[in-house]
Design a protein around this ligand. Sequence first.
Ligand SMILES: Nc1nc2c(ncn2[C@@H]2O[C@H](COP(=O)(O)OP(=O)(O)OP(=O)(O)O)[C@@H](O)[C@H]2O)c(=O)[nH]1
Ligand SMILES: [Mg+2]
Length: 281
Amino acid sequence: MGKSTLFNTFLGQRLSIVTPRAQTTRGRILGILTRPDSQLVFLDTPGLLEAAYKLHETMEKQIQRACSDGDAVVLLLDATHPDDRVDLITNFLARNRKPLLPVLNKVDRLAPQALDPLMKSLCERYGFDALLPLSALTGTNVPDLLQRVAGLIPLGPPLYPEEMVADQPERFFAAELVRETAFEQLSDELPYSIQVEIDEFREPEEGDGRKTYLHATLYVERDSQKGIVIGKGGAKLRTIGTGARRKIEELIEGPVFLELRVRVRPDWRKRDKDLSEFGYK
Ligand SMILES: Nc1nc2c(ncn2[C@@H]2O[C@H](COP(=O)(O)OP(=O)(O)OP(=O)(O)O)[C@@H](O)[C@H]2O)c(=O)[nH]1
Ligand SMILES: [Mg+2]
């Protein structure tokens, strides 16, 4: 798809996690782009989905909330999967009341002669007057889209201080980076069973090598998953830890000591109590 990739390209930094898998983004991620003459606030959301369990219902709600809070909606279609989720998109369009900017993402993956016919057929199918071809990855037409978005936003005073880029703390993004690394390192359905919580986030003190200390727990849904995440002799968990640590060091711009553990929280994706404890609303 590319929503989080586009969000990061807009902001000029890797704020929202990106993996090749669908349903990577679970909540609403807010990013602030302050320029000399304007401030734009972007909301990254999960993708449209058919809710199969309670976590999915919270993801649907985040999409609805973002669309009601926002002044305009950028709808991404994927040029490599143009026939995906047609009913969900059609329903979304029927309900949407906000100015809409439809874009066709991943056009870098299309043969040049395939673009026009695909754009035409998608415009006909969804009743769009226009569809902007885009590559969130390479940046093609992203400045153009940014200008169009800015043109739809009502003028007003800035909502956030100019140095602010997000409304969530570093520990939230650290947990997301651990989750992103777990997505990369684990296969099949297992990544979807993982929730990451930061138990401790301690700023460096004199005398401890000036590292930020993080302790994170990876929750899985079943005992059998715990062994897979830990791996033989702890190898898998170490790989996840090393990868995540590097990303968190980039985020906080300093050395990090990251400790991970794995715990079972049976069926947490289906349980209201766990979902609210984990911050999914
Ligand atoms: N070739 C190409 N790949 C892209 C482009 N945009 C995103 N991708 C890739 O598509 C995959 C999914 O990208 P994401 O940005 O995570 O997609 P998303 O819409 O946020 O996905 P969810 O959060 O799962 O709903 C990643 O592997 C990206 O690198 C693009 O313009 N061109
Ligand atoms: Mg995403």
